[in-house]
Design a protein around this ligand. Sequence first.
Ligand code: GEK
Length: 250
Amino acid sequence: MTQKDSIFAEPLAQVSDFIFDQTVVEVFPDMINRSVPGYQSILQGIGQLTKRYAQPHSTLYDLGCSLGAATLAMRQQIADLDHVDIVGVDNSSAMIERCQLLLQGYRSPVPVSLRCEDVQHTEISNASVVTMNFTLQFVPPEQRYAVLEKIFSGLRPGGALLLSEKFRSADPVMDELLIDIHHAFKRANGYSELEIAQKRAAIENVMRIDTLATHQQRLRDIGFAHTQVWFQCYNFAAMIAVKAPTVGGA
Ligand code: GEK
């Protein structure tokens, strides 16, 4: 079964930038469950929202799929739709290889194809649901608009983007509060001060987070007709952005 995450348990002479390699793959389910408040609730919500927004004869995307947790949550809800398939994308080959293996353990009429590539290069077309569950935060900030714009163009009318992100508060006092209570959450889940501090140092260059206002403004600027935060716990939030249905309902 899944191993316990102890990657940052011993003092490191120098903390390198975090990468999603084989070591991370081995502990990933434990790591994400103990680090992301509400992770399981968000997966459940992704399933429910997929059920509402998935359209027959369309493709669903899970961008930054890791070990396929969101892919599975989506797939469970669309088994009765005609001609749907899911594309899972991750730029870590270690993640994609393990994801492929894990998916083989589940039966479903819905085909899933996995691609090892940067989401910046993923072509999106005929999409009804696109999920980015804690992935956009790893895309360089200056590339985020282009990635989201490409998703918007590839969505069918009435389609939805499900975007979950760690965020920062624009108010420095409140930001400190959110960071503190998130660290308390990690401590309560068994991470030591050393683990929390070293993980923070490893991630700070690779994960540059936006405010919720930045996210929502960008989604509106791109053209999404409706946006809403549907889940928040501390500095973690899940949003939905919906592309307007065509007038006349086509
Ligand atoms: C889940 N969604 O369990 N292109 C493709 N993949 C990327 C990129 C990129 N540019 N940058 C990072 N990744 C999952 C959890 S984890 C979140 C997502 C976390 C991949 C990276 O390899 C990793 O697998 C994933 O995005 C982020 O529902 O660990 O905080």
